[in-house]
Ligand binder design. Structure first.
Ligand SMILES: [Zn+2]
Length: 300
């Protein structure tokens, strides 16, 4: 796995500033493993635009990015999704196991110290979205962002409280090292899945991938941005919205949410920043024949 040199990416939206902070980016997944229902014909149909950016031509693996998105408003600084983290014991997921990513250096390069973050918000509570909630300090897991309130959507929080549901996802101890310490620190706040910070920033439900999965929407009079979390893992799911990932908890709800999301934002000026699309990550959904395509923002 190679961290890319492009560690940050920045947009301005009226009074809001939006910055992507990369943890790592790598070709990771066989299409047929990631999407159990994909066929060789589907991959062939889209190969011309999937290779080389979205599917690595040498390995045939789909490229994933893991990043946080920082939204700075005139009133607060919000960090959305906290990637996989460092020093975590993840024996069942080697891509996250005992890592030493330069994430905090990338955050600093983007202009933020951990103390600057007022709110942390996870679109959902899978291991690759909660890792930097904590860091290892003198043998203890402590909140990485000492001044932040950590917001968790209620439905999502309640789902993962149940040990048997966690066990069906992984037996790696991500709950104990990345969620429980936040609750015990008193910095956690459970919120409704339509919580709003103010008129310009809030969350909205996008259930299916996980039951309480939320998107984050930032609005300004001239342009809006939505952070879509894991409603889609790769741009292939814009073209083939029926494809669920092997990580989706509720297959039917995941398909319905994805289809509605694509219809709602197709050909609209709303920029979409998905949870794992590779650099440049952000873009727009466009209608294409009877389906959709993702038009990536240009690198600048
Ligand atoms: Zn994810």
């Amino acid at each position: 796995m190679m961290p890319t040199s492009g560690s940050k990416y920045r947009w301005r939206l009226g009074e809001l500033e939006i910055v992507r902070v990369l943890e790592f980016e790598a070709a990771l997944f066989e299409p047929a493993v990631l999407y159990p229902d994909v066929t060789p014909e589907i991959i062939e149909r889209h190969r011309s635009w999937l290779v080389p950016t979205l599917i690595n031509p040498a390995s045939g693996l789909m490229v994933f990015a893991f990043h946080s998105t920082v939204i700075k408003t005139p009133h607060a600084t919000i960090l959305v999704d906290t990637c996989s983290g460092n020093d975590k014991e993840r024996p069942h997921k080697p891509r996250y196991h005992r890592k030493n990513w330069p994430y905090l250096a990338n955050l600093a390069a983007a202009g933020f110290a951990p103390e600057d973050i007022d709110y942390v918000l996870c679109t959902h509570l899978h291991a690759d979205h909660v890792g930097w909630n904590t860091r290892l300090l003198d043998g203890r897991w402590v909140p990485t962002f000492p001044n932040a309130r950590y917001l968790f959507a209620q439905q999502e929080w309640e789902h993962w409280q149940r040990a048997e549901l966690r066990a069906s996802y992984t037996t790696d101890p991500y709950y104990d090292d990345s969620l429980l310490p936040i609750m015990e620190s008193g910095q956690a706040q459970v919120v409704a899945n339509d919580y709003a910070f103010d008129d310009s920033l809030g969350i909205q439900p996008g259930p299916g991938h996980t039951p309480g999965h939320v998107c984050v929407i930032a609005r300004s009079p001239r342009a809006s941005v939505i952070l879509s979390g894991d409603i889609m893992h790769t741009a292939l799911q814009c073209a083939e919205p029926q494809l669920n990932s092997c990580f989706c908890v509720d297959a039917e709800a995941a398909r319905t949410t994805r289809q509605r999301f694509l219809e709602a934002f197709a050909d609209s000026p709303v920029m979409v920043i998905p949870g794992h699309f590779p650099t440049p990550t952000a873009g727009w959904i466009r209608s294409h024949e009877r389906s959709f395509r993702f038009h990536f923002d240009r690198l600048r």
